[in-house]
Design a protein around this ligand. Sequence first.
Ligand SMILES: [Mg+2]
Length: 168
Amino acid sequence: MAEKMSKALREKIKKLKFLGFDVDGVLTDGNVYYSSDGTETKQFNTKDGLGIELAIKAGFTVAIISGRSSTAVSRRAKELGIKIVKQGIKDKKAALASILKSKKIGFSEAAFMGDDLPDLKLRDSVSVFVCPSDAIHAVRERSDVVVSKKGGAGAVREWVDLVLSFTN
Ligand SMILES: [Mg+2]
């Protein structure tokens, strides 16, 4: 994929220090399951998980910004070492701005991966916007990078591997 990208895009990816992720449809396939006691269950992908761990190890600041809220996400984030976890966020743009400000990360150093309309509001707040192959059409149309894998099925890993291939 790197070979097919414009030089300008490759230069933008090289500058990244922050990788933000939506949860449903990005770190998961977008399905939400409820058990009989009402507990919400989600399915995470271990390849995506290792990708996140590799990014953190490489020095990237990783954050989750989700419109929904679930203990499954808190647990998964903890497991992977993601320290910035914003859930139940109605205004993702404001949440991202506050994270970037507190971490002193500039626009040109930030990327976000999302799959649906609430994520598109972050489009102009980051240098590189990325989406899984099964993101909605409007998101795919406005993304700098559309990876070949689907949400919850390796999309995150593919993006992280791409980023790391530029920094290593
Ligand atoms: Mg989503």
